[in-house]
Design a protein around this ligand. Sequence first.
Ligand SMILES: [Zn+2]
Length: 191
Amino acid sequence: MKKNIAEIIDVSNEIYDKGLVSGKSGNISARFGNVVAITPTLKSLSKLCEEDIVLVDMEGNVLTKGKPSSEVNMHLEIYKKRSDVNAIVHTHSPYATGFAFSNKNLKRLEGFGPIVTPYLQSIDYEKPGSDELAKSASEGLGNEDVLILKNHGVICVSDSLKEAMLLAVFVEETAKTQFITFMLNSAEDID
Ligand SMILES: [Zn+2]
């Protein structure tokens, strides 16, 4: 478990350094059997230590000291519905979240695997930390690995933390590329 907690801290630092989360936003969790380790509420992901990571059971009972992220129920509901998911990374990364606040959908670009539907799945806005968001996100995710939360942010899931993080990085890069494309297409030619 010690090694796993160290990995959550590493991934937290990495997504902070990459600018995917800022201030005290974002949260990360990993499942180990019937226990979920999750980042704490109201703390920056940039400087977490081992004692900051909170362990909860699948019913949300806190097993250690500290207070889990306010989105703990969203994480638990996703784990309950998806036995293949063992790690969740939730960010408000700026480009992808810009799309989430706009009326434009994020396209799937090469790298997401086979493109079955043209756009990343999204759900309508629910209040952060609410039971409604936990329910809507876990249902809206379906069998996808990425979910856009309208007017809020992004969820990436995988069987490992590293993969979930790489997905979060990739979604942000994808959003950046699409943003640049929109800008170029809307710019007037100057030649
Ligand atoms: Zn959030």
